[in-house]
Design a protein around this ligand. Sequence first.
Ligand code: HEC
Length: 203
Amino acid sequence: MKKTIYTLVAATVIASLMSACSAGGDNPGIEYAPNMYVSFAYEPLSQLEEKPNTINPHGMNMREPVKGTIARGQLEYATYNMPKSNENYEASSAWSNPLPKSEYNVAEGKRLYNINCTPCHAEDGLGKGTIVADGKYPQVPAYGDRLPTINPGKAFYSITHGKNLMGAYGSVLTPTQRWQVIHYIYELSGVQTASSAPAPATN
Ligand code: HEC
């Protein structure tokens, strides 16, 4: 008899220990050895505000990318990424337009030019855009006069960083779009460059 009572008591105690009383829904009940579930390791993709990382900069779990790291798909930005300076303006002369002067690139250049550049440079590229005609803005050079004194590399640099009264378009147009616009303004003004002139016949 005693034996049966002990067995019953033991069974009840074990059963109540094993059943997680308040478990259910989002509540896992009592966790045995919670360290097995909740990691003490820093999770690189989740940042707990109350647990700043004491080793990495800015309390971040994620390591900072190595200096000079280029984000996927951004290689062309790195190629032309030079700060604004007179020396770099001169150095940009070495760049030639990497895009073929295809119908598509010129048409895309025209579309972007008409959106971004016409208020000053005008649709015909003569520099008498609406804000210039209003007399609110000083003279804008005609491409036919200016482009022969520079080259596509310098045009790219000036579009990227701006020049005197002209604003910078580096954050507005991607490098590809800037080169497309350059194809278009050379076409528009009829100015020939080494890169926009037809390639010599080879045979
Ligand atoms: C707010 C008016 C304005 C807008 C908008 C503008 N420009 Fe200009 N642009 C100027 C002025 C003014 C100059 C002459 C700058 C100087 O030499 O002092 C100039 C000069 C240039 C030059 C010659 C740069 C050089 O190195 O001599 C190019 C090329 C050019 N612009 C292209 C563009 C293109 C392409 C766009 C549109 C993406 C554009 N500009 C938008 C006002 C403007």
